[in-house]
Design a binder for this molecule. Sequence first.
Ligand SMILES: [Ca+2]
Ligand SMILES: [Ca+2]
Ligand SMILES: [Ca+2]
Ligand SMILES: [Ca+2]
Length: 294
Amino acid sequence: MPNGKYYEDWVVGETYLTPRRTITQTDIISFAQLSGDFNPPHVDFEFCKTQPYGEIIAHDFALGDDHTFADAFDWDRDGDPDYILGNSAGDVWLYENVGTAARWDLAPGKRLMLTTDEPVHVGQPVDTPMTDFATHSGNRSDPAPGDYDGDGDHDLVVSDAYGTVTYFRNDGTNADPAFAAGVRLLSEPSRCVICAVDWDGDGLLDLLVSWSGHGSWFCRNVGTGDSPAFTKTRQFDLPWIPYPHPYAVDWNHDGDVDILFASSYSFLFFAERSFLDHGYAEGEVVGMDIRIAR
Ligand SMILES: [Ca+2]
Ligand SMILES: [Ca+2]
Ligand SMILES: [Ca+2]
Ligand SMILES: [Ca+2]
């Protein structure tokens, strides 16, 4: 152990500063082998000579672990789902599907950017020191794309691990998106994840939001068509689900939108719409049959 101490010498809460150490190309290659991320900027020296940075660069997880949230969304409206990804750093990446719906082939990802040429980003700044569990876990952006202002291009709502839901209006196009600065929509003091759907069928995209420890909510879009605004409208009365992530889908094909909840420990939960709207029916004893064992 550092500082000449043995394991049993340490007390809970004690801290120490480790010696500084230079991250070398060996570390980058080692991380590629550990993570399986062998993209050329991290491992291909010849490719990197043709790039502005000239040498291999570290993987893009400077903040947090490798937690990601992904959605299939037809961004370019060509009939196949593309892949949109939020990562622990708090950024949002788009991967165009250049294959088909049945056989995906993803083009290299591009980080979605603001009109100011800064990345779309939620949570803490990227250079935030990892001082506690929350900062170590990262920002965990969860993007919910959709046309929230009804002008025909895809905007973004993005949640983060600090409980905030942020709106980014697309001031570019779908082919060349560029987003306005983020506007805070909703906030609770625990990590959250989101899904976009017109839950009440009024033509405006609503949000389903799960806050850890604060339940899963229908957050209705109470704004106008070109200026979305959301309010926590109703909490779903659900059995306990560990860290649920809502996905809106008509899972049982009966014409109304249900929710699939992905959750920790690899569990997947199905919540049917009539149950979500009406909950459990009140129980009533309708009869009793007494039998005596002989
Ligand atoms: Ca597509
Ligand atoms: Ca739009
Ligand atoms: Ca709606
Ligand atoms: Ca249904």
